[in-house]
Design a protein around this ligand. Structure first.
Ligand code: HEM
Length: 442
């Protein structure tokens, strides 16, 4: 694949990734994903809406976005897991409008008019704000919680973090360097940010592996997602109690001692956000950057040059394959119009980050690069955008991870053709299910 304009349109599946997919979803074509089980009187636009989940959907999201745009414009009716109705905001300006107008589109999911349709154990529950975390509160309450997070993350020493990440990266590469092959998502990209963030937070090293596994279970949204959620919450509750009693120099200690005076429950919820919102997208930023560097001729020629091309690839990924691809959770405060659609009070809106980034109204020629332009929506927008110090942590972790890997294994290549790589089935993230590579054993 040459050039960024084809990014995000991989439609082929086979090899290891096909095994991964088929264990969960039998493959069916996109057209068969349309359903008609939604109460038509309440959701007239959704009776024939396409599913934003299910077999194969994540492999051809760019095609789905184009189809939705053609049929519905910048705001499209979609069905979430279990055929729950929602609106996908595909337009760049509309996504920024929704994200910055909390008085019209609130984060409080208590407003949702579809709660009665949600079955017990619904896998997306953790993603629709049943928790009382910084992500789901508004106004002054949000300012208090988010201010505390901003302050404690600003105190993290980025130089020390880069050194720590380089040590973790070296240790991980040591584990497979003499084999001549590695599957980089699970042997490297997921583990490194988990250990780095756990280190910042002060999560003991021996608990980190279990936390990483549980985060993957939550992300996969399988039947064990809620149990995994419970296990991480229990660990964080223990750590909050310990750090109140015996503070250290870590983020958890600083957060519980912050003048915002978080209760135990608030601290647990917000630390959970730091773990979950931090680890997975950073892992996919690493994976998507490596995929681009190892598959795109524009980068191959300068790979040995190192730093400059790594930064360019990381920036391009934020436009073309943003790790957080769709984001659940704005609810209409009152009935309104958006992008030509009639939105009812209490309807759920999903921010289509990946779709908005390639909105033809802001990028008429998708093949024209976005070098130097940071107006993408990869880190969100508005009051609830990813905190800037968090973005800086993610960049330090991801850049170090990619640079150390390329330094240690300079002739690393993909073990399968790039178009055979498969994206994870969850449409909420844009990340590879696996990244098999080969290199000269050292
Ligand atoms: C590549 C890495 C990352 C990406 C792409 C990313 C992206 C995002 C996005 C899209 C949002 C939601 C914005 C919205 O609702 O408008 C968000 C929120 C958040 N992220 Fe990140 N993030 C990344 C890394 C991190 C890291 C490393 C941390 C912390 C350790 C972090 C902490 C947070 C927090 C606390 C929020 C909630 C903000 C709020 O609701 O006030 N993120 N992030």
């Amino acid at each position: 694949m040459a050039g960024g304009c084809a990014a995000g349109e991989s439609t082929q599946r086979d090899g290891i990734a096909m095994t991964y997919l088929s264990s969960k979803h039998p493959a069916v074509p996109y057209g068969e994903t349309r359903r008609r089980g939604v109460p038509a009187a309440r959701y007239p636009a959704h009776s024939d809406a396409p599913r934003l989940y299910g077999p194969g959907v994540s492999q051809s999201l760019a095609a789905l976005y184009r189809q939705l745009r053609a049929e519905h414009g910048v705001v499209a009716p979609v069905l979430l897991e279990g055929d729950i109705p929602a609106w996908l905001v595909l337009g760049y300006r509309e996504a920024r409008f929704v994200a910055s107008r909390g008085e019209l589109f609130d984060r409080d999911s208590a407003r949702w008019n579809a709660w009665d349709l949600v079955p017990p154990g619904w896998p997306l529950l953790p993603a629709v704000g049943k928790a009382d975390s910084v992500m789901w509160v508004s106004g002054a309450e949000h300012a208090r919680r988010s201010g505390a997070i901003h302050d404690v993350l600003t105190e993290v020493d980025l130089f020390e973090l880069r050194s720590r990440c380089a040590r973790i990266a070296d240790e991980l590469v040591d584990r497979f360097a003499d084999t001549g092959e590695a599957e980089l998502m699970y042997q490297y990209a997921h583990v490194l940010p988990a250990r780095a963030i756990a280190g910042i937070l002060g999560i003991p090293a021996h608990e980190t592996a279990a936390v990483v596994l549980d985060l993957v279970r939550i992300l996969d949204q399988g039947p064990d997602a809620l149990d995994a959620h419970g296990r991480i919450s229990a660990l964080l509750a223990r750590l909050v109690a310990q750090r109140r009693a015996a503070p250290g120099r870590d983020v958890i200690s600083r957060l519980v001692a912050h003048p915002a005076a978080l209760s135990d429950e608030e601290a647990i919820q917000d630390i959970f956000v730091l773990v979950g919102a931090g680890q997975q997208p950073t892992a996919y930023w690493i994976g998507n950057t490596l995929r681009l560097l190892l598959s795109d001729d524009r980068f191959a020629t300068t790979l040995a040059g190192g730093r400059r091309s790594v930064g360019q690839a990381m920036a391009e990924v934020l436009w073309e394959d943003p790790p957080v691809a769709n984001f659940t959770g704005r609810w209409a405060v009152r009935s309104t119009q958006l992008g030509g659609q009639r939105i009812q009070a209490g309807d759920m809106l999903v921010l289509g980050v990946a779709a908005a980034n390639v909105d033809p109204t802001i990028r008429p020629d998708a093949c024209v690069g976005s070098a130097g332009n940071q107006a993408h929506l990869a880190f969100g927008h508005g009051e609830h955008r990813c905190p800037v110090p968090a973005e800086e942590l993610a960049e330090a972790i991801a850049e170090t991870a990619v640079e150390v890997l390329l330094d240690r294994l300079p002739d690393i290549t993909l073990a399968i053709p790039a178009h055979h790589l498969v994206w994870t089935p969850a449409v909420w993230v844009r990340g590879l299910a696996a990244l098999p590579t080969t290199f000269t054993a050292v």
